[in-house]
Design a binder for this molecule. Structure first.
Ligand SMILES: Cc1ncc(COP(=O)(O)O)c(C=O)c1O
Length: 441
């Protein structure tokens, strides 16, 4: 089935969403507030979520493998998390000061992640990475930040570089050129950004050595999450640790997505200790959140005690009680057994998809770690951002809309996550739905 036919089936089922979108167009550019969730002709409007399911404004029920872009690790509206947030809200919606919940969530994060000696909360992963790069600059006195081609770290200027560039404009694969990911990113940002090729340790070593005197930080998503969940090659993250340590460069792990792959995040899973870590998504239990933390000597730049803090970090809703309480309840539910279950769901899903794709004409593969997975429409070995680009640029969207019509929600790019609300049958339903979409294409 062509994309047009899949879209026609989708629009036939989503009249109320279309009407809401038309109303929205009058008051919001493109009718929404979130670029990543938009797709043509309009996104469905969510009405309710429960467990592994999400319902739209037309009453369509879908199995949710998007989970608000990997945030909802327990599924929708888990009763203990809802209760914790409700209790916090009933005591007051927000306060101009700290609360006990904030202390408890900070304790939980520092206990789980030994590299995080101290932590501070924000309202988004974007604010977390923004603060982490600022801190690295303040600590080292150096101006530049290195990031990987294909890596997404939010929407502030310093990370809106080479997020999903067209390789034709992005220079040599082993020495990529900084490419702005948005209009409005000033030339100064490009001048101060060094772009690295994922999984190419030799190339990274050369680039970092050449730039070391000016480099404050290497910012790395240990799974290249939005770039396609491409696992680090054996020893790659360790090499980055060695190189950054040798050159006095701050190593920042952006674990906004990857924290969900183990009790102590990807850094535990891969055995690497960064200087700073950023968090988001699951640590707020489904509410707006971010956090950054790490070595106490670096984090002391935020300490306001002797006079003013060297870095000011305000935020009217930082560490707001509902988010903190929901975060505590969520992490309480994430026991070692829960991670084993999430891993098993992810493995079952990847196994099913791999067997399915081996028997179809459409060439693709699935990547992933733990509960995370990503569909790729190429047979090239997946090593970096460029190798994961689909041969047919329309294919990811065709699959996304096809799956919507089959009652499955993924992300447009093909990234997905299993939640603890899912059963083996739910995972098998995904594989069967994918088989039907592939069969009709
Ligand atoms: C690795 C990573 N860092 C940062 C962000 C930004 O987080 P937020 O959307 O909460 O600003 C994201 C969002 O998907 C992410 O995947």
């Amino acid at each position: 089935m062509s994309l047009d036919k899949e879209v026609a089936e989708y629009t036939a089922k989503t009249a109320r969403s279309r009407a809401l979108h038309e109303e929205a167009l009058a008051v919001m550019p493109g009718g929404n507030s979130r670029t990543t969730t938009f797709f043509d002709p309009y996104p469905f409007y969510a009405a309710r979520g429960q467990g592994a399911h999400i319902w739209d404004a037309d009453g369509n029920d879908r199995l949710d493998f998007n989970g608000n872009y990997t945030s909802l690790i327990l599924g929708h509206a888990p009763p203990d998390v809802v209760k914790a947030a409700q209790q916090a809200i009933e005591s007051g919606l927000s306060f101009p000061g700290p609360t006990e919940w904030e202390v408890r969530l900070a304790e939980m994060l520092t206990r789980r992640v030994p590299s995080v000696e101290q932590v501070r909360f924000t309202n988004s992963g974007t604010e977390a990475t923004m603060n982490a790069v600022r801190l690295a600059r303040a600590f080292t006195g150096r101006p530049k930040i290195a990031k990987f081609e294909g890596a997404y770290h939010g929407t502030h200027d310093w990370v809106l570089v080479s997020v999903a560039p067209d390789p034709k404009t992005a220079g040599n694969r082993r020495h990529p050129k900084p490419v702005p990911a948005s209009a409005g990113v000033p030339p100064a940002v490009l001048k101060h950004t060094v772009v690295l090729p994922w999984n190419d340790a030799e190339a990274c070593e050369q680039i970092l050595a050449a730039e070391a005197a000016n480099l404050a930080a290497v910012l790395v998503d240990p799974l290249l999450g939005i770039g396609g969940v491409i696992s680090p090659a054996d020893g790659f993250l360790q090499r980055l640790r060695e190189i950054t340590e040798r050159h006095g460069i701050v190593l920042i792990f952006d674990e906004v997505i990857s924290f969900r792959v183990a009790w102590g995040g990807a850094q535990e899973r891969f055995g690497v200790r960064p200087d700073l870590t950023t968090f988001g998504k699951i640590i707020g239990g489904g509410l707006a959140v971010g956090a950054f933390g790490g070595r106490a000597d670096l984090m002391s730049f935020y300490d306001p005690r002797q006079g003013a803090a060297r870095i000011s970090h305000g935020g009217t809703f930082n560490a707001n009680p509902a988010t903190m309480a929901a975060g505590v309840a969520t992490l309480n539910a994430l026991t070692p057994e829960a991670y084993a279950r999430l891993d098993a769901l992810g493995e079952r899903l990847r196994g099913g998809i791999t067997r399915l794709l081996a028997g179809t004409r459409r060439k693709g593969q699935v990547s992933g770690v733990g509960s995370l997975f990503c569909l790729h429409w190429t047979t090239e070995p997946l090593t970096d951002y460029r190798s994961s680009r689909p041969k047919d640029a329309e294919q990811p969207l065709r699959m996304f809309v096809g799956l919507l019509n089959e009652g499955i929600l993924l992300t447009q790019r093909g990234l997905g996550a299993c939640s603890l609300a899912m059963t083996d049958e739910d995972v098998d339903r995904f594989v069967n739905a994918l088989a039907r979409v592939l069969a009709r294409q």
